[in-house]
Design a protein around this ligand. Sequence first.
Ligand code: ADP
Ligand code: MG
Length: 252
Amino acid sequence: MSTALEIRGATKAFGDKPVLRGIDLDVARGSVTVILGPSGSGKSTLLRAINHLEKLDQGFVRVAGELIGVKVKGDRFVELHERDILTQRSRIGFVFQAFNLFPHLTILENVTEAPISLARDVAESREKALILLDRVGLADKAAAYPRQLSGGQQQRVAIARALVLEPELILFDEPTSALDPELVREVLDVISGLAGTGTTLVVVTHEIGFAREVADRVVFMDEGVIVEQGTPAEIFDTPSHPRTREFLSRVL
Ligand code: ADP
Ligand code: MG
């Protein structure tokens, strides 16, 4: 089993408030990991640290074996240059709760923006974007603008955009929690469709049904620590920690 994501001793405080208190996590390549936990438990901060949006105070993150944000020089960690950070980030897709599409760009342009800004071939980038839009069921919306799409459609575009650079890892931070209930399914179905295709998925979500069906591993976080982790059956049917049981009794 090769490891797509390795986190060791991840620690982060905002001011004097500890938010991550020593997180260790291994995610197998090609697997689906769901992270659950109450609001404020540090889930978003953890995902953001994986993608250089936050800097850890202590500990490290490796994606596909490569240290994120730093390299080792002798026995010291040295910060990477901005250019290297951009390269690392291009290997990690990120899907936010709030879609974050560029409002002034068409759907196709939203998907091709990253590859074109990285000086990839324009015609090839467009072709690939159209294939991905087809895969998320939105080939007919290529020329539309984000405001003309429903929230569920916009989030599917955001997923196509996250896929376009063929990342090793895609991070989803509550991808359906800003959606009207009737639009949740179409987005979860697209994410489910990515499972088993080789890309590693880490999904923060409260959608327990999705986690049960699709996750290989479920991780429960509370107050900046991983309280327990296991298969969906272990976590949902026989949770061993009272905090997990208490949380599940509220969301199930
Ligand atoms: P979750 O995603 O599990 O709800 P977060 O990682 O967003 O949790 O937040 C964990 C804690 O860190 C919360 O108490 C939040 O208020 C705090 N926090 C998050 N980001 C910042 C920030 N940039 N500055 C100060 N506090 C923050
Ligand atoms: Mg969050």
